[in-house]
Design a protein around this ligand. Sequence first.
Ligand SMILES: Nc1nc2c(ncn2[C@@H]2O[C@H](COP(=O)(O)OP(=O)(O)OP(=O)(O)O)[C@@H](O)[C@H]2O)c(=O)[nH]1
Ligand SMILES: [Zn+2]
Length: 351
Amino acid sequence: MMLDEDDDCPELVPIDTQPGPPVGQIPVTIITGYLGAGKTTLLNYILTEQHNKRIAVILNEFGEGSALEKSLAVSQAGELYEEWLELRNGCLCCSVKDNGLKAIENLMEKKGKFDYILLETTGLADPGAVASMFWVDAELGSDIYLDGIVTVIDAKYGLQQLAEEKADGLVNEAARQIAVADLTIINKTDLVTEEELKEVKDTVRVDLSEVLDLHSFDSKDGANLAEKLQLVKPTRAHLDKSILTVTFEIAGDLSEDALNAFIQDLLWEKIFCNKDGQPMSVIRLKGIVSFADKGHQVMLQGVHELYELNETQQLWENPRINRLVFIGRNLDKDILQEKFVSTVLLGSEKN
Ligand SMILES: Nc1nc2c(ncn2[C@@H]2O[C@H](COP(=O)(O)OP(=O)(O)OP(=O)(O)O)[C@@H](O)[C@H]2O)c(=O)[nH]1
Ligand SMILES: [Zn+2]
């Protein structure tokens, strides 16, 4: 992981102009970035480094993935997650304004105050909309203030995501996430050459300075933040509805070879089609899977055509239930699940 510190915004700073955080207020850091960029990895890193603070983590996962994401993150960070608050009500940008802050405040009433809140947005979120909620509420005397927006950029796929054309009226989420960032982190530098990395850096800088001209709003005081958010406020729909989430749960053990073949057919060969004959295209893949010869749960992680299977620390309890999440275009749950059950699942436990 590599910090790419923009010249004028070298670090996360409270938006308040007074030195130090506002007394009695709890900072929120929004962690954003496209699907699979490495947000949860960063979160786990922060939590692992951080030992004596009560940190609340809020996940806003796209679709039904949050339970899985939560278990993935917990298994990695162990005891460090003090509290969880899941906002399952669809898109955080749309739902948090009404119930998000209230939910946080209710949680604090019950559990006492947190020292810090980390909020991971979905890979398809417009963080500006999420951030503006905290800004608005600050005026209303909330306990919570926005400390900063951190955007994680995938060094390998970031450019591709930025270049993607969107249908009419849709914003490019990846560009918006970079535009509102106080700090951008270029991640997965191990997967690219120095040249490719330079291209990513240059593009990200261009995005900041030319496309949205955010340098005119560099000052960190609240008013300018408001202007900045105003500037990037979405005028129309902000979620790309062509991206679908499919999840399923299936009990039993899997064949490791067959699972690899299934994933490679899906991610590399792209041989699966939906009912309209359009090829399924997976951007993000996650799962917890069971192999007969392994007592521990195995985690599946995929981003575009890269994937990995890693044994976790988590021991299985019976029944072993495989959980899979697919995010992408032209996905069809019935077809994926049928294919999975008929080719990957072992023995008689098919359901
Ligand atoms: N090679 C490499 N892989 C990384 C790095 N950081 C994260 N990954 C991998 O990228 C995948 C996605 O990481 P996550 O942290 O789950 O990404 P995310 O942004 O939280 O994903 P979503 O919440 O699904 O959008 C995982 O397989 C990680 O192991 C890195 O620096 N290098
Ligand atoms: Zn995540």
